[in-house]
Design a protein around this ligand. Structure first.
Ligand code: FAD
Length: 174
């Protein structure tokens, strides 16, 4: 996956800068593919080897300001909120047409997700783990497993999928 990004014009751009920043298909740093913290770290490694004060202040905030375009983490949290909320309001006994709708939605979602590296991996995951749409319970669990796939990739703790409905539909039991 280090080969490069095909631009469609016959040339291939590198996918990452030396500082580990993922590039967009236009060859520029991709906002929605990197975290704000990664951008800051890369910037300070360029500007610096600068003074310790600069480094400390540049690492002080790890999230983008609320009125800035989203980084990979802000985009991810919002997207998971949407995806799990869709499973939470999905019918318990969906019709074939409703099942077709969510399959189509996820197929397109996987293609147009703004973090293109995330999108590519999500498409692969969906090929290996066909979406289960036959009931709300199955769809909710499938989405939880999809989210856990990304959690594992990022070295995060897995979520207990027996509790997906408490987290996203009913609220926690006392
Ligand atoms: P998030 O992972 O965003 O989770 C939000 C909340 O969901 C958590 O607080 C928790 O309460 C709940 N939750 C956590 N796990 C589960 C689960 N399994 N089931 C149900 N609820 C759960 N980021 C990258 O850096 N690289 C990637 O390749 C990448 N791929 C992504 C692919 C997709 C399709 C999406 C939607 C996001 C992707 N992200 C990726 C973003 C990443 O998953 C996180 O959203 C981001 O790192 C912020 O993480 P977070 O710890 O704040 O919580």
């Amino acid at each position: 996956r280090e080969a490069g990004v095909a631009t469609g014009a016959g040339d291939v751009l590198p996918k990452k800068l030396r500082q580990g920043i993922i590039l967009g298909k236009d060859g520029k740093p991709c906002r929605s593919c990197n975290s704000f913290a990664d951008f800051k770290a890369a910037k300070s490694s360029i500007t610096t080897t600068s003074s310790p004060n600069t480094l400390t202040s540049s690492l002080a905030s790890q999230s983008p300001p609320p009125d800035c375009p989203p980084d990979v983490e802000t985009l991810g949290r919002s997207s998971w909120t949407l995806l799990h909320s869709i499973t939470a309001t999905y019918p318990t006994q969906p019709t074939p047409a409703q099942q077709q709708d969510v399959k189509q939605f996820l197929g397109l979602f996987g293609k147009i997700y703004p973090c293109w590296t995330c999108a590519e991996d999500f498409q692969v995951w969906m090929k290996e783990n066909r979406v289960r749409t036959e009931s709300r319970e199955e769809f909710g669990r499938w989405m939880c497993e999809a989210h856990n796939g990304v959690n594992r990739k990022l070295g995060k703790r897995e979520f207990d999928c027996n509790r997906w409905e408490e987290r996203w539909r009913t609220g926690w039991k006392d």
